[in-house]
Design a protein around this ligand. Structure first.
Ligand SMILES: [Zn+2]
Length: 409
């Protein structure tokens, strides 16, 4: 039997040494059970928020029970070893039946009682569950998800809508919503403070022509997210501002309809694992050469081979780095890492700066239209390359240039 109650633990040794207890009643669960090996050995397990694994008190070492205030819902149980007094406050009827059970354990009159073994009593988890897997729609908790959840798995339930009660889970760090039919993630999701792994594979995020990515650019998620799985979502493009997810390590975008990757990916210094198989990529942005990837999967795309010629041969080389005043000023801002925000400069400029491309040297380039496709050997750039062209691992990169020097290289 389990009793939900408030418990203050008084250590009598501390009292005799004149160390005061803090006088705090903690929300607790008391469980009465018996040892798995010895049917006659009973014990009380005490779980609280500070003691999630539970502290075990043997009934053998129980010294005294104070029940004077039982009708007010208060009881104290004194143990010899450890020298603790458990001061219990609970709902009267619950407490009385707990005490009756306790009494029959002591008197040995337990023939009709069904007591759980130690092994079957769940440890503190029932007070503060941290992990939840929903296998069926009927399993959604009626009172909403426990706020203590750190990982939540709702996989393959054909959910069309993102469940908004997820937005209340401030401790959540792993969320798996794979294999559903979700089309939209609410903006508020970006404010969850602890999301580090997000699995959204095989949903329908890209089903509409324009995807609202604000949830991914929220102030909190951009700091904490380490893994993002967007495979199988019919995505036609990724947002250029994806680089704001500053600490991303793993990005999975396989099996979408991507024709290009944002050049800004190169600005995510932490990126190590990138899988882009089964898309329609013809080339890669040169910014990606700045990433120190340990693993890249580019299999089943539409890369064009042996075509490293100057595709943009009509341009004069000056087109690459002589630009408008806005371009030149922006380059200075980015090169010097000046602070900018929409409250000091127009929003359109912020966007312009945010979306800057990268030169082959890693410096920012503001132009979007002038680039040269050059082939590079993937194996020279990354540690592990998965690629399904048996002849070579060379792929065309869209190269932008910041200066005559870079262009000449
Ligand atoms: Zn350059």
């Amino acid at each position: 039997m389990k009793l939900q109650c408030q418990v203050e633990v008084i250590n009598r040794v501390h009292c005799s040494l004149n160390i005061r207890s803090n006088g705090k009643y903690l929300k607790s669960t008391l469980a009465l059970g018996k040892e798995p090996k010895n049917d006659k050995e009973y014990f009380i397990l005490h779980f609280s928020s500070v003691n999630k694994n539970g502290l075990k008190y043997k009934l053998k070492s129980m010294k005294q029970v104070f029940v004077k205030c039982l009708n007010e819902g208060k009881v104290t149980i004194r143990f010899e070893e450890p020298p603790h007094d458990l001061c219990i406050k609970s709902e009267v009827i619950q407490l009385k039946s707990f005490m009756r059970l306790l009494k029959s354990c002591i008197t040995g009159d337990t023939k009709d009682l069904k007591l759980s073994n130690l092994s079957t009593i769940a440890t503190g988890k029932d007070i503060a569950p941290t992990k939840l897997t929903i296998h069926d729609r009927s399993e959604f908790p009626s009172k909403g998800f426990p706020r203590t959840l750190e990982s939540l798995y709702i996989v393959g339930l054909k959910l069309c809508n993102f469940r908004r009660d997820i937005l209340l889970l401030n401790n959540l760090s792993i969320l798996d919503l794979s294999n559903n039919e979700i089309e939209k993630i609410p903006v508020e999701f970006g404010r969850l403070p602890n999301i580090s792994e997000l699995y959204l594979a095989n949903n329908r995020l890209g089903i509409k022509d324009t995807v609202d990515w604000k949830w991914l650019l929220g102030p909190q998620i951009t700091k904490k997210l380490r893994l993002l799985d967007l495979s199988g979502n019919k995505l036609k493009e990724l947002p250029k501002s994806i680089w704001k997810v500053q600490n991303l390590i793993t990005l999975k975008i396989d099996n979408n309809d991507l024709k290009r990757l944002p050049a800004t990916l190169g600005r995510i210094n932490t990126l190590r694992y990138l899988t882009v198989s089964q898309n329609h990529l013809q080339s890669l942005p040169c910014g990606l050469m700045q990433c120190q990837l340990d693993y890249i999967d580019l299999s089943t795309n539409m890369f064009i081979f042996g075509n490293s010629s100057l595709k943009t041969v009509n341009y004069s080389q000056w087109d690459f780095y002589i630009n408008s005043l806005v371009h030149i000023a922006s380059k200075v801002v980015l090169n010097n890492k000046f602070f900018y925000a929409p409250n000091i400069i127009p929003w359109t400029l912020v966007e312009f700066l945010d979306n800057a491309n990268m030169c082959v040297c890693g410096k920012p380039v503001l132009n979007d239209s002038y680039f040269v496709i050059k082939e590079f050997e993937l194996k020279d750039l990354y540690r592990v390359v998965v690629f399904n062209n048996s002849h070579s691992c060379a792929v065309g990169f869209e190269c932008f240039f910041c200066s005559p020097k870079c262009f000449a290289k």
